[in-house]
Design a protein around this ligand. Structure first.
Ligand SMILES: Nc1ncnc2c1ncn2[C@@H]1O[C@H](COP(=O)(O)OP(=O)(O)O)[C@@H](O)[C@H]1O
Ligand SMILES: CC(=O)N[C@@H](CCC(=O)OP(=O)(O)O)C(=O)O
Length: 295
């Protein structure tokens, strides 16, 4: 390494100090989307970033998705994936596979990656420690042609109705980093499939998290021309959903951002999880990337 390169690295490290002080003991919820996963090298870097946050005195909580991975498993079993309003229509067979993929293989993969850094991760879903309770989602969509609102029946898709922070508060005081799959029970005894974005938003809201980061496979919210929108107000976001600029999986993400801001979460950002060290860059440098949602 040349002298100027090591000087630059030292300067970068020194610049991180005020950010480390700012976030000490603060809760940062990181939603790791299924589209941001898949590349082993990037997975390792993501795990290192989370480990570094914990080592720096931050309380990181990982909530993960796995939509594409669920789709692949369903396809293997000859079941077609169907979405309405960005949410998977989930019958009994599908919810069993969702739980198997999310709370099983993906959750343990992320836990193992973090453990390999030398930190300690613990894999959970909403069922563990009675952390989250859900009920059947009451989702409505407005038909753009007729402007008539209709209620969607998405089967066992849930929305979070209760978060008990007991277990997460315990873990915050421990060495353990929680890694949570978005599956939760209902008081009716059913298991519900919850969109990982809305699940992460509910956790961040219940914990009054300092930051909520969404790692996905695009640089942030893009406008009609495909350019990154660096700052998006709640009103602008609603307008972009209405005119179809924001569609598919970006809808629950942006709706969650709006709810999280209303619940008092301070910094809500959608950013590219395929950029190496995007979490560290966002938290410990001035070079925040992605779309910042503002009231
Ligand atoms: N306006 C928009 N800006 C950016 N992405 C958008 C927009 N509208 C729809 N999308 C889609 O949303 C996707 C991200 O959501 P999703 O597929 O649920 O990802 P993840 O698995 O990371 O949660 C992008 O890959 C993109 O295809
Ligand atoms: C109800 C619903 O749609 N649940 C999602 C849960 C996983 C998820 O949200 O994963 P991503 O974050 O990778 O999109 C699903 O079944 O795909």
């Amino acid at each position: 390494m040349s002298a100027s390169e090591s000087e630059m690295q030292a300067r970068l490290l020194a610049q991180a100090l005020p950010f480390m002080q700012r976030y000490e003991n603060k809760t940062i919820v990181v939603k790791y989307g299924g589209h941001a996963m898949g590349n082993p090298e990037l997975g390792k870097i993501f795990a290192e970033d989370i480990a570094l946050l914990k080592q720096s005195g931050v309380n990181p909580i990982v909530v993960h998705g796995g939509g594409p991975q669920i789709g692949a498993m369903l396809a293997k079993m000859g079941i077609e994936s169907k979405f309405e309003g960005g949410l998977r229509v989930t019958d009994q067979k599908t919810v069993e596979i969702v739980e198997m993929v999310l709370a099983g293989s993906i959750n343990k993969e992320i836990v193992a990656l973090i453990n390999q850094t030398g930190e300690w991760a613990i894999g959970l879903c909403g069922k563990d420690g009675n952390m989250v309770f859900a009920e059947k989602a009451k989702k409505t969509v407005v038909d753009p042609d007729s402007n008539i609102e209709r209620v969607l029946d998405l089967g066992f898709v849930g929305e979070v109705v209760e978060v008990d922070r007991t277990l997460l508060d315990l873990l915050a005081k421990s060495e353990m980093i929680p890694v949570i799959a978005p599956v939760a029970p209902g008081r009716d005894g059913h298991t519900y499939n919850i969109n990982a974005d809305t699940f992460a938003g509910a956790i961040a809201g219940a914990l009054r998290a300092d930051r909520l980061l969404f790692l996905t496979d695009v640089p942030g919210v893009l406008n009609k021309q495909g350019e990154l929108i660096k700052e998006l107000s709640v009103a602008e976001a609603r307008a972009l959903i209405k005119d179809g600029t924001i569609s598919g999986g970006m809808i629950p993400k942006v709706e969650t951002c709006i709810d999280a801001i209303n619940a008092g979460v301070q910094g809500v950002v959608i950013l590219n999880g395929k950029t190496p060290h995007s979490v560290l860059l966002e938290i410990f440098t001035e070079h925040g990337a992605g779309t910042l949602l503002v009231p």
